[in-house]
Ligand binder design. Structure first.
Ligand code: ATP
Ligand code: MG
Length: 182
């Protein structure tokens, strides 16, 4: 597609709510503007969040890839994934598949949702992700989300937004709600 001469890099990080929903909002805006979009979601294989269902319905302009590996931070009930070592191996395979999409030249915008968690949880080395940023197609706009972005990753991005938590109902004992949290 190559809409941009120079694609920029975005990071949505921090402990506050809004990283994935901001990325999905950007995907919608981009689709509306005729950009070709790919949203790749890591670590949330346990259930398809409702925004993903919508994006899949408009899949002519938006490819959605969700990897089935789930991390306990996203689903404490999920005990089926085995040891950290196995998880690490599987997540790395997912990363390699995602990398193929990034370099496929099929998209103007690629979103790697929760990829930063993979690095901050040490399932992938920071240098692997930095290498992807450094070598991505020049025109490609790239969005990375997840908690705990490192200083070196932050240096690599053009847009960096820290979703800082001031308050969240979770800490008042309130459960997550369909349509708001998922
Ligand atoms: P959202 O998907 O709502 O934009 P997020 O991507 O910023 O949130 P994640 O770190 O991916 O947040 O968290 C996964 C889930 O936890 C989401 O359902 C999200 O709404 C919820 N959440 C976000 N921030 C917090 C928090 N500080 N405490 C508890 N739950 C949170
Ligand atoms: Mg998220």
């Amino acid at each position: 597609m190559k809409i941009f001469k120079e694609g920029l890099v975005h990071i949505y990080t921090g402990n506050g709510k809004g990283k994935t929903t901001a990325a999905v909002g950007l995907a919608l805006r981009a689709i509306g503007a005729g950009l070709s979009v790919c949203l790749i979601q890591f670590l949330k294989g346990y259930t398809e969040h409702n925004e993903i269902k919508v994006l899949k319905k408009i899949n002519k302009k938006c490819k959605v890839i969700r990897f089935k590996q789930t991390h306990p931070i996203f689903c404490l009930r999920n005990k089926t994934e085995g040891s950290e070592k196995i998880l690490k191996k599987r997540v790395f395979k997912d990363f390699l598949k995602a990398k193929k999409e990034v370099f496929s030249k099929n998209y103007d915008l690629v979103i790697m949702d929760e990829i930063i968690n993979i690095v901050s949880q040490r399932f992938l080395s920071e240098s692997e992700l930095i290498e992807l940023i450094d070598t991505k197609p020049k025109y490609l706009e790239l969005v990375l989300t997840g908690r705990g972005a490192s200083k070196n990753l932050i240096k690599k991005a053009d847009y960096v937004t820290d979703m800082r938590i001031i308050r969240h109902p979770f800490y008042a004992g309130k459960k997550s709600r369909r349509g708001i949290e998922y």
